[in-house]
Design a protein around this ligand. Structure first.
Ligand code: NAX
Ligand code: ADP
Ligand code: K
Length: 540
């Protein structure tokens, strides 16, 4: 697992490293060296380095010196003379580089800049790093679109300029990099919101030889899960098993309006490895589900006049649920009164429970002023896994909209810390999905944008429940098991996009390739056994 840090955590890490005797000036030298090595890897003849006013620019000045020393033609574009750079460390290295064999251009016109960009093999973006806030000001608001329009290849130092390293948002424009050479640890914004569209491949420079030890002294906003971390879940089935010992799932789902959600979740649970999957659904749509899923027993539950769970549903569902290794509740149930009652009943049972979709909305309705204000509602011994997307998560904490990964993690942590249980996990779904537990937040591999289509969440909750059932003897950490399920889901997205075309994937395609996704997960884990790569790009 690789730590991902917030900007504040990076600052604390730099302070810890400094306290151990490695100054920020030395870190800047090492950062410049790492950036130069990333640039030199594509063997350029001519490099243009754009520097800003701060320490990100300092890294660029150091890299310029090193690249020029290698015999590469280097142009440096700066908004001000080296002597006028406000940041002291950056000013020092800029003055030094100015005395070397580099061509320095101060405050070029747009046309002059365009000419320099066009003739460079690689453009290095050392304009803005973690110190960037607010809206882009001139001249960078002119430099950035010029680079994006004309550069052959861009390497961003630490963070693509214009991208908020904390939130991953891009207000107006940001550098679109082919590679981002990030320092010490990837910043959370590289993975959040717009981040993945701008970073290209992310390469992380450790810089400090005792980093692995020091980095544990600061909190981690999240940790990136690598395929190798999931190897324990990829064991083949033992011979001596039967359908029950493989684990069973009761899918409490569907309504006359949304029977498909139950079908998809149940089929995904079975494909994810559970030996026995049953569906408990309002009697009004039970036959339809029976016909769609011949291998799945369907339990008729009393319905209300609209075909959702009715007043007598709670007892019928809870009686059935006790016999299963895992219960998934939510896909397609609606938030009718009977459904709220079912959710409340299931929470009181001693069985691993996955709540998704409308079960989460029922949970929001059960609480007043945010679920975190009423932890007794969801505090329980048996594992509880919630799978909200950002809107559902906002409703759960009764807060303004969750918009980005950082916000999603924060909202999830409010729920987690209120409950304080190791067995409680929030899978906050979005373009990048965070698996948050009370101890840590994990980021499994993200799927492609093809997955932004109706019903893929039902497939995920089915995979989660199937995985929990198959691993019913598992004792945790639950963050890891859920990360395995999310990774499988992401891999199904890649395989389906490859098979059906990026824009043509529909949720049911994902279900049919869960087995292929398991094979891909094994393949990736084995690659990781051979060599652990330095890259942590989206979808890597
Ligand atoms: N502090 C350290 O120990 C290290 C820092 N490093 C580098 O230092 C960077 C952080 O440096 P700084 O904190 O100096 O910040 P930056 O260099 O990222 O940016 C700060 C500068 O950007 C300008 N700026 C901020 N918002 C702007 C906007 N909206 N429009 C135009 N200009 C804007 C500010 O005037 C300020 O001068 C990191 O990203 C990394 O590249 C590395 O050298 C490694 C070590
Ligand atoms: N842009 C995206 N890139 C990758 N995955 C995405 C993207 N948008 C959504 N997803 C994934 O698709 C799924 C959508 O879930 P959800 O919104 O609950 O769908 P539904 O309710 O229609 O079943 C989640 O697993 C989410 O992580
Ligand atoms: K940058």
């Amino acid at each position: 697992m690789k730590p991902i840090l917030s900007c504040e955590e990076v600052r604390r890490l730099e302070d810890c490293i400094e306290a151990e005797g490695t100054s920020k000036a030395t870190l800047m030298e090492l950062a410049g060296e790492f950036a130069a090595s990333v640039v030199a890897a594509s063997d350029p003849k001519r490099v243009l380095i754009l520097v800003g006013f701060g320490n990100n620019g300092g890294d660029g000045w150091v890299a310029a010196d090193i690249l020029a020393h290698k015999g590469i033609d280097v142009d440096v574009v700066s908004p001000v003379e080296p002597d006028e750079i406000p940041a002291a460390l950056a000013r020092h290295v800029a003055r030094r580089t100015a005395g070397r064999d580099v061509n320095i251009v101060i405050g070029p016109s747009r046309d002059e800049l365009a000419e320099l960009v066009s003739r460079a093999d690689v453009v290095v973006d050392a304009i803005l790093g973690t110190g960037f806030h607010g809206s882009l000001r001139s001249p960078f608001s002119i430099w950035i679109p010029t680079v994006n329009e004309l550069a052959a290849e861009v390497v961003a130092i630490d963070v693509p300029s214009g991208l908020d390293a904390e939130t991953g948002t891009v207000e107006e424009d940001a550098i679109r990099a082919a590679r981002t050479a990030t320092m010490l640890a990837p910043k959370i914004g590289l993975y959040s919101a717009d981040g993945p569209d701008y970073t290209g491949e992310i390469l992380c420079g450790g810089l400090y030889d005792r980093l692995d030890e020091v980095i544990d002294d600061v909190d981690h906003a999240a940790e990136m899960v690598e395929p190798i971390d999931l190897i324990d879940f990829l064991e083949p089935l033992p011979s001596n098993i039967d359908k029950y010992s493989r684990g069973s799932v009761l899918v409490v789902a569907g309504s006359s309006s949304y029977p498909g959600a139950a079908i998809m979740a149940a089929k995904a649970a079975a494909r994810a490895g559970a030996g026995y999957v049953a569906v408990a659904t309002p009697a009004t749509c039970a036959n339809l589900i029976r016909m769609a899923l011949p291998s799945v027993p369907v339990i008729d539950i009393p319905a209300d006049s609209r075909g959702a769970f009715g007043a007598a549903a709670r007892r019928a569902v809870c009686d059935a649920a006790k016999k299963f290794s895992c219960v998934l509740c939510g896909p397609g149930i609606t938030t009718a009164a009977g459904c709220i009652d079912v959710v409340s009943g299931l929470l009181k049972l001693d069985v691993p429970l996955v709540l998704d979709a409308d079960a989460l909305n029922c949970l929001s309705k059960l609480s007043i002023g945010g679920l975190d204000e009423t932890p007794e509602l969801y505090r329980r011994e048996a594992p509880l896994i919630l799978t909200p997307h950002y809107r559902e998560l906002s409703r759960l904490v009764d807060e303004e909209a969750v918009r980005d990964l950082g916000g999603a993690i924060e909202a999830a942590q409010r729920l987690l810390w209120a409950a304080g249980s190791d067995n409680f996990i929030v899978i906050a779904k979005g373009p990048v999905t965070a698996v948050a537990g009370v101890e840590k937040v994990l980021l499994p591999v993200s799927g492609p944008a093809s997955m932004a289509t109706a019903g893929t969440g039902d497939v995920l909750s089915g995979i989660v429940a199937g995985t929990v059932a198959l691993n019913h003897a598992y004792e945790g950490p639950w963050e890891l098991l859920c990360s395995y399920a999310v990774s499988l889901h992401s891999y199904t997205g890649f395989i389906a996009a490859d098979r059906y075309g990026e824009k043509s994937v529909i949720a049911t395609d994902l279900i049919d390739v869960i087995g292929d996704a398991m094979a891909l997960a094994s393949e990736e884990a084995l690659k990781g056994l051979e060599d652990v790569p330095a890259t942590t790009a989206k979808g890597a």
